[in-house]
Design a binder for this molecule. Structure first.
Ligand code: ADP
Length: 394
């Protein structure tokens, strides 16, 4: 019998799945189902990282995509027994500070929170539905992107709006918490003295945000009420004067749906470059618009490192993660270029090598690159929840 824990990360049109053993950090298999719908595409990788065979079939919904992933995994692991399924859930509101076992009450609360993350939460719930149907009786564990930020002081939790809106849930929740949780944990292992200090973690991927982590706890984040705020992203705008939204409604006659589509899907690097949401493509492109898109990304990142450091009264380390943070030597070096006043100075040789520590030897502030691993955070949480449940039942 192959006992395992499954992790699910359900996006609007994608499903990332990983199969973890009951202990250990390396997944036994992974899958990415993309463009769920009529043109769905599935890639499965087995223990050696090599492609697994998947029978051709239906990828029209999250449920059918999950069924095909499991069929594919069963080819290599015919006697698979799942102990738990861990889910990435974007919004846990102010209630969930830690992973929980999914019950009908939890689902009801997550559905209540759906209007706060309309582009993500319904898909996360679809993932729970699909997994509950596929694996009846197997505990489902919800792991929240907001949970890591529940330690924010009130001034970083509130907007200066009429008070009743705060009570109705209009707050700065912060996201990417699973990634920050992983990176903070890694930092604790690698450099405990930095973990105990003031750290800015820059998660720079297709979605991008920064988090101020003081003594292991999040005290501020660039993302707030939604996953739109803060840094510009692949297709999301980042920080925006709310007056722009009013103008678009009142003068340009745009509907809420049209504005939402623009801010989430047609802005950021894609909107500015008119070319691509992908940093690699922009780095390789030779148009003024592509260069300006990178300039804007770098400038806003520099500003936000300053803002996060200010929230902690200083900075001891800057950590890069996410696709851009882990791989783009250019973006890392350009962001750090104007942060000498914070004691940040990188060693260009180490940066070019993508070394784990890229700050120069005599720099006051350490700069690290720590590849993130949200799936592992989910798998560990799922294992813990199952172990606790077993202890409680013993
Ligand atoms: P997601 O938020 O969807 O998980 P990722 O963390 O995978 O996204 O980050 C995707 C981004 O990372 C893309 O903009 C991609 O171009 C960028 N990226 C990946 N590798 C490189 C590289 N070698 N150089 C520059 N950018 C890179």
């Amino acid at each position: 019998m192959t006992k395992a824990v499954l992790t699910l990360n359900a996006g609007s049109s994608s499903l990332k799945v990983a199969l973890f053993p009951v202990s250990g950090d390396k997944p036994m298999a992974t899958a990415l189902a993309d463009r769920i719908g009529p043109d769905g595409h599935l890639v499965l990788k087995g223990p050696s990282g090599l492609p697994l065979e998947a029978a051709p079939g239906d990828l029209s919904s999250h449920a059918s995509a999950l069924a095909r992933v499991i069929e594919g995994f069963r080819v290599d692991f015919p006697d698979l027994e799942l102990l738990a399924v861990g889910h990435r859930i974007v919004h846990g509101g102010d209630k969930y500070e830690a992973p929980v076992i999914v019950t009908p009450e939890v689902v009801a609360e997550l559905e209540r929170l759906s209007p706060f993350a309309p582009l993500h939460q319904p898909h996360n719930l679809a993932g729970i539905d699909a997994a509950s149907e596929a694996f009846p009786g197997v505990p489902q564990i919800a792991c929240f992107d907001t949970a890591f930020h529940r330690s924010h002081p009130w001034v970083n939790d509130a907007f200066a709006l009429p008070r009743d809106l705060y009570d109705k849930g209009v707050r700065r929740y912060g996201f990417h918490g699973l990634s920050y949780d992983y990176v903070a944990g890694e930092l604790k292992n690698r450099a405990p003295h930095l973990f105990e200090g003031r750290v800015v973690i820059a998660h720079l991927g297709n979605g991008a945000s920064m988090c101020a982590v003081e003594n292991g706890r999040s005290v501020a984040s660039t993302m707030g009420f939604s996953a739109l705020d803060g840094l510009p992203m692949g297709t999301r705008c980042g920080q925006l004067d709310p007056g722009v939204v009013l103008y678009l409604m009142q003068q340009e006659g745009m509907s809420a749906d049209e504005i939402s589509d623009m801010l989430y899907r047609r802005s950021g690097l894609l909107g500015l470059s008119g070319l691509s949401n992908d940093m690699r493509t922009l780095e390789g492109a030779d148009t003024p618009e592509a260069r300006q898109a990178i300039d804007y990304f770098v400038f806003r990142a520099q500003r936000e490192v300053g803002a996060m450091a200010a929230a902690m009264g200083g900075i001891d380390a800057l950590v890069f993660c996410g696709g851009i943070g882990e791989h783009s030597r250019l973006v890392r070096s350009r962001i750090c270029e104007r942060l000498g006043w914070m004691g940040i100075e990188i060693d260009h040789g180490l940066n070019t090598e993508n070394a784990p520590v890229i700050s120069s030897r005599f720099a006051r502030t350490s700069v690290l690159v720590i590849p993130t691993n949200e799936e592992l955070v989910i798998a560990r949480a799922a294992r813990r929840c199952v172990a606790r449940k077993a202890d409680a039942g013993a």
